[in-house]
Design a binder for this molecule. Sequence first.
Ligand code: ARG
Length: 467
Amino acid sequence: MKTTSPVSRSGRFASGPGADVARFTESISFDWRLWRHDIAGSIAHATMLEKIGVLTRRERDAIARGLVQIAREIEAGKFQWKAELEDVHMNIESELTRRVPAGAKLHTGRSRNDQVALDMRLWLRDEIMVFCDELRDLQRALVELGTRHSEVVIPGYTHMQRAQPVYFAHHLLAYAEMFQRDWERLHDCFARANVCPLGSGAIAGSTLPLDREFVAVQLGFVDTKGRPRVTQNSMDGVSDRDFIVEFSATAALTAVHLSRLAEDVILWATTEFNFIRIADAYTTGSSLMPQKKNPDIAELARGKAGRAVGNLMALLTLLKGLPMTYNRDLQEDKERLFDTADHVRGTVRLVAAMLRHTAVNAAVCANAASDPAMLATDLADYLVRKGMPFRKAHHVVGAIVMMAEQLTKPLDRLTLIELRSVDKTFGPDALAVFDLKRALAQRRLTGAPGTTEVRQQLARWRKLLSR
Ligand code: ARG
């Protein structure tokens, strides 16, 4: 391996690093992914250098043409990345300079410190846009599944014990809400990433009259009114990685949400629950037990949360106690960021596809949801409507549940006489409480799993997601 790197080591250094040092310090093996953004940043920078008279029109055009040519070669897989050139910035710049003499002027007023900060922000902006679209699609898959089975009712659980009946769609829409908050957090994150650090130089800006605002506008670092957004402190500009932490935290939370959804899917697909059936393509068999059909996709979706949380911790630890300003430690941010983005986004896509290939066992759900014990609270509400204080009603219904247990009867099989033996408030209309359809129709509050409300929520989501 050649060990001298023409861009950074010329002049000051008598010899290049040894092969082991080069291998230890290189980042090209992972930061090559920034090439598109590195080139876009360089073209904007060159255009600005022309505007302020550092480059002639001819030089600027030669640089831009050279960079576009290199971009085409990278795209086609024909570009030779060189490990001895350390990173994506030096690989591209040194190849440009080899082809275009004016390339040697490109780095005027710029350091790799503000360059890499720029590339990361540009990369993340694109990533967030795609991530948001994919989250939307996952929400769509949830809403589609809920709409397809809008009549299905299942037990809702607290403490993993049957609590109250809910529409299956209501349960799914709880996840749509979570992913909506993630989507909003990603937009917040975008806004803070959308500030241009170029012009910060290595640490202290430049003595040259760079036009930072011009570069910012060219690269789309603008507010809603089209005004340029540039970082306000050169030291912060080169050392800030908050936008990466924010994205990683948001994505880690998305991964946690996905893990909870995955856990529900895994439970529902067990023989014990049997509420759903995941299509074969989204399950795997066992190499030993021929009867097995394992929900591996859901399990991996659950497992990926560990990775995303780990990456977030790695990034926070990387920044903790780091002195101002740029330190090479910061190079370690990339693999954690890329890993989180790749795996969380991949999970979002696969979970959406899995949901689109999941069948619901309506009869099993109906049977589970018909458990009258889950309407014990409705019976207490009945007493409240008759004027009884809730605390007392809770006590009375508790006694009725105990009686039903002793008589080994389901709650809805008790007679009016039996009910009245506990409390005289019960009238002939009391047993109607156990009519599940009626019970669900009565849940009319905003956000409740009522028949009308859930239908309206599904419609609200369909409308929101069709935009
Ligand atoms: N590869 C480096 C990184 O990812 C680019 C910046 C290098 N700057 C420097 N002064 N060595 O952080």
